[in-house]
Design a protein around this ligand. Structure first.
Ligand code: ASP
Length: 326
């Protein structure tokens, strides 16, 4: 009897301590892992929302760039972190939907190993090239790529990244096998593209808007049904003659699985407040991001969406026959 009572007392004490921990959270800085190099779309979105989340939470959100293996290195580290709310991560369609099909030994399950916090930004995909690429429109671009084949250099952010995934789709669709050049993120890709070192990329609009508006990079098409108000002169793939190439990406915040629900709720609340903050919202919209609305902002919705996205991308990528090196 005494032992039972003692066990109950210990359990109650633990629950009280956990409750107090969650209630007082956060009491110190929070690390947000960005699984790509600084300056790329995931990094930019993380820093924009993180800056405002810090104000709501009253503690600094510190971005830690952990690049490698198409973002799976950083997300693996995030999945294995303490589930105390002090390590979160910005994942995306690559790390949390494409990766399982491309990494047979992936060390996390996107649908099971995380506490989803919330969707941050949807990002249309652009087919973009160095500004002096000798093709005046998408049709000429595709025709030239078909003759160049492996003489054309396509840049991406590693097997499983959004740029890798969406250009795999593009390359297979038009029947080309370019030389594929891996980077630690598409931030560095932009620098090399402006320098003329690589020919093209399939990348998220938030990473390219400024450079396209400045005439430093050329966009042949945007892979969404409608044009983006951020790039009104860039035709859709449908207008440009490749209607079947329809693809967008997304970036979302995750915590390790078993993060206390009260902490998840505080993080979700801070993310939603960031998306509603006028200045933060404007920065994201000016970069062409699409922001989640209503139910799309909940943690539960994100959890369901990840399951759907893994199911959607797995057959597409397996058909492409690409598997990451062991
Ligand atoms: N989102 C990655 C980055 O921020 C790029 C990618 O996934 O293609 O660099």
């Amino acid at each position: 009897m005494k032992r039972t009572f003692a066990a109950i007392a210990v359990a109650a004490a633990a629950l009280t301590a956990a409750g107090a921990q969650a209630q007082n959270y956060p009491t110190r800085a929070i690390t947000m892992i960005v699984p790509f190099a600084a300056g790329g779309p995931t990094d930019v979105i993380a820093r924009i929302v993180g800056e405002n989340m810090s104000k709501t939470l009253g503690q600094q959100i510190i971005i830690e760039n952990v690049a490698g293996a198409g973002g799976t290195t950083g997300i693996t580290r995030g999945a294995q972190a303490q589930a105390d709310g002090y390590t979160i991560m910005m994942g995306h369609m690559g790390t949390h939907a494409a990766a399982p099909a491309l990494y047979p030994k992936l060390r996390y399950d996107p649908a099971k190993d995380f506490s989803p916090i919330g969707m941050a930004a949807g990002t249309a995909i652009l087919i973009a090239a160095r500004k002096d690429y000798p093709a005046k429109d998408l049709k000429e671009f595709i025709a030239r790529l078909k003759t160049e084949q492996d003489k054309a250099n396509e840049a991406h952010a590693g097997v499983g990244s959004v740029s890798f995934t969406t250009c795999t789709m593009f390359n297979v669709m038009i029947g080309i096998k370019p030389t594929r050049v891996p980077y630690t993120g598409t931030g560095p890709v932009v620098n090399d593209m402006i320098g003329g070192k690589v020919d093209y990329v399939c990348d998220q609009i938030v990473n390219l808007v400024t450079q396209i508006q400045g005439g430093n990079i050329r966009a042949y098409a945007i892979a969404t049904p409608e044009r983006s108000s951020a790039l009104p002169d860039v035709p859709t793939t449908k207008e440009a003659g490749l209607p079947d190439y329809q693809v967008s990406a997304w970036n979302a915040v995750f915590a390790p699985k078993s993060t206390p629900p009260a902490i998840v709720a505080k993080l979700n609340d801070a993310l939603v407040k960031a998306l509603d903050d006028p200045a933060t919202k404007k920065r994201l919209l000016d970069l062409g991001a699409v922001l989640p609305q209503g139910n799309e902002r909940t943690s539960a919705w994100l959890g369901d969406y990840v399951v759907q996205e893994v199911a959607r991308w797995t057959p597409i990528l397996k058909a492409g026959g690409v598997v990451a090196p062991e």
